[in-house]
Design a protein around this ligand. Sequence first.
Ligand code: HEC
Ligand code: HEC
Length: 223
Amino acid sequence: MQKVTRFIYLGFLLAGSACHDIERSRSVDNPAVAGKTIALQVCSNCHGVNGVSVSPTFPKLAGQRQEYLVDQLTDFKTHARTDPNAKRFMWGFTHLTEAQIDDLAAYFSSQPADLGEAGDRALVNEGKVIFTSGLPDKGVAACVSCHGQHGEGMNRFPRLAGQHADYVEKQLEIFQHTEDRPRGEVMKAVCANMSERDMRAVAAFVEAFPPEAEAAASPPADQ
Ligand code: HEC
Ligand code: HEC
């Protein structure tokens, strides 16, 4: 009984001191705080310690391209990326220095990417065709040509493989209908004629990036 009390007391003390540290380094307006510390203590609350977020409101950052992360953090900082969720959750980080942004991008880009589960097989297969071949009839370019064979991205072209499908679909809607993303010109052209079904399908495919679907040489028979 006494042991238990002492254990609880110790736990309380430890929790108390951890909170204190978090509060201290939460002042991200301090340019002396290392990017990695900010990543672990602040960004992790929404994006996960390793950049693998749980909720699709919060994009996964694990394995994302470093250059792309720098671009986006700069756009949030300057309030150039204007989605309501960007305003609500990301606009506060105006005090990040260039060095901190570089550190944060280096940290998250070096974390192992995490693929999601493949859901509706027909939808995923439909999405795979869009990803690898585009939709020539609608002038939709093949995603593979910029986002890479395995959806891994390159430089300023973001990784898509593993990203939450709901987030991907939402970004496609944003590119198609709004000016909320200042670097979105290319994507506006790509998705101008995509239907909601096309967006959902390609989003379902990239989240899981199932190896069997990738290996299948031809489109599904019902196409
Ligand atoms: C309170 C929750 C929250 C915190 C804390 C937070 N983010 Fe975000 N972050 C979001 C949301 C929500 C979005 C999506 C914004 C949108 O939909 O436009 C986002 C988007 C991003 C993106 C864009 C990703 C992409 O695929 O385009 C990056 C990069 C990012 N956050 C990095 C960070 C970093 C680095 C930190 C720590 C300094 C951080 N975030 C802290 C909620 C948060
Ligand atoms: C010609 C090159 C090109 C092609 C083809 C292309 N993209 Fe992109 N895509 C980009 C660039 C560049 C960005 C980054 C835009 C920015 O920084 O806001 C991007 C961003 C995205 C994003 C936002 C990612 C995030 O984390 O917020 C999604 C989703 C996306 N593309 C999906 C697709 C899909 C699906 C296709 C195929 C139908 C496709 N893209 C084809 C160049 C391309």
